[in-house]
Write a protein that binds this ligand. Structure first.
Ligand code: DLL
Length: 433
């Protein structure tokens, strides 16, 4: 089912004409109302969409430097909602919505959730956090727009999740892949069976995850798992999402225009080539964003999709360029390590990368937990057991083959790796000595 067939299956020429008209409107709106944009964009004349490539980028630092409301195009009284990023590095980045912006957010959430199988009347268990983070309220509003029965549980408190999942028997769950996996694991440890919950589908996002983690989630719950992408600066979740074909994420590109650039030179890259995703909002009133560098690594997939939607797709996000590690001159994303580890059936999706920069060449240690079947074969966790050593060697070989690096791999006792309640922390930087 397609939520908005007119928008989602528009012929390419109609789509492009719309996009051009809307970029022009956005530029005019931004230049007229925001001094930051006026200083940078007032001379711009856009003849074609491709002319966008000549415009300067926006970055997260622009939001920080204009904290809290300096990039807003409407007076505070016209805002009906404010969200903000967690702000681990100093002040949070603040975003706002007019009533019209919230309507757009609900519309794009309804689209991506419907594409992933959400239907009127289904019960949705929301395990994303509520609050300044956009995950909880984004899925909440999208679910209500579709006509789902929304259960706003929020993140944390796994015991409450177990209780409500068992007693309410929702059709769907949404949350970060790492936290929802933790819900399954802890339920199993208490003698419960996640597969018996009767969940039909899960909607996941807010952090990088791999096909291996998708398989782990689908196996744990016996349901289908879909990827949904977004970021607060653009709208929250709902920028893009997978359809039943699960061959990339459809961008709601009548509201958010994507480009992929070479992060080093800023040059626009052709479809299929991997680089940094840059987004321009086409309808946002409160805080228009022009060529915002997301930091997220992906590629544009312009080929037609079997589902009939004509929007451009993006490949599953590999990670943030800030999360890329450079180890002995080799670029490495935590998701690449995850993909390799999870190819080994005896390893769990509980892992962490520890980077030690006290030596000239950074060293990387990967810690991962062994799976229950392997532990049973070893009669518990005995680090020196030959079966554990054999799995460790095999996984280390795979990591070497996949990355070209000889990475130190350590199998650690179950529950050594902290479980996430929101976005998982996959990289720990050891302080310099
Ligand atoms: O995480 C919005 C969201 C909530 C998306 C729930 C999907 C589901 P922020 O907290 O601003 O917003 O973080 C945005 O999270 O730039 C990506 O690096 C990462 N991210 C979001 N979705 C995905 C995904 C929300 N599906 C940042 N795959 C983004 C990989 C994702 N990374």
């Amino acid at each position: 089912m397609i939520w908005n067939p007119a928008a989602e299956t528009a012929p390419p020429a109609t789509r492009a004409a719309h996009q051009l008209a809307r970029v022009r409107e956005t530029l005019a709106w931004a230049v007229e109302r925001v001094p930051f944009h006026r200083a940078r964009l007032s001379a711009v004349r856009l003849e074609h969409l491709a002319d966008l490539a000549a415009l300067p980028f926006m970055r997260k630092s622009d939001l920080r430097e204009h904290y809290p409301f300096g990039l807003f195009a409407v007076p505070p009284a016209e805002l009906v909602r404010v969200h903000a990023s967690s702000g681990t590095k100093g002040k949070p980045t603040v975003v706002g919505y007019t009533a019209e912006d919230l309507e757009v957010w609900r519309e794009v959430m309804a689209r991506v959730m419907t594409a992933a199988g959400a239907r009127r009347g289904d019960m949705l268990h929301v395990a994303f956090g509520y609050g300044l983070f956009t995950g909880g309220l984004g899925f909440h509003d999208g679910g209500e727009r579709i006509g789902m029965t929304v259960v706003p549980v929020s993140s944390g408190n796994t015991a409450r999740h177990h209780l409500l999942l068992q007693d309410f028997r929702p059709a769907a769950i949404c949350g970060t892949p790492s936290f929802v996996l933790h819900i399954a694991e802890s339920l199993r440890e208490q003698g419960g069976d996640p597969r018996a919950l009767g969940l039909r589908y899960g909607l996941f996002g807010a952090e990088p995850w791999t096909e291996g983690l998708r398989a782990a989630l689908e196996d744990a719950f016996g349901c289908r798992a879909y990827d949904i992408y977004g970021l607060s600066e653009i709208v929250g979740p709902g920028v893009a999402g997978e359809c039943e074909a699960r061959a990339g994420l459809h961008v709601c590109d009548d509201h958010f225009l994507p480009e992929v650039i070479d992060p080093a030179t800023g040059a626009v890259l052709p479809p299929g080539q991997e680089g940094e995703l840059v987004l321009t909002t086409l309808t946002k009133r409160a805080i228009p964003m022009v060529r915002y560098r997301t930091g997220d690594v992906t590629a544009l997939l312009p080929e037609p999709c079997a589902c009939g939607r004509t929007s451009v797709r993006i490949a599953r996000i590999k990670g943030r360029s800030d999360d890329m590690l450079v180890i002995k001159g080799v670029n490495l994303y935590p998701s690449e390590v995850e993909a390799t580890l999870l190819a080994e059936a005896d390893l769990q999706p509980h892992y962490v990368l520890i980077v030690d920069r006290s030596t000239t060449l950074a060293r990387l240690e990967v810690q991962v937990e062994p799976g229950p079947a392997l532990l049973a074969r070893c009669g518990g966790f005995h680090a020196e057991h030959p079966a554990l050593a054999e799995v460790r060697r095999r996984a280390a070989d795979r990591l070497r083959a996949a990355t070209g690096l000889s990475i130190e791999l350590t199998l650690v006792a179950p529950h050594t790796i902290p479980r996430s309640e929101g976005k998982a922390v996959r990289v720990i930087e050891q302080p310099r000595a």
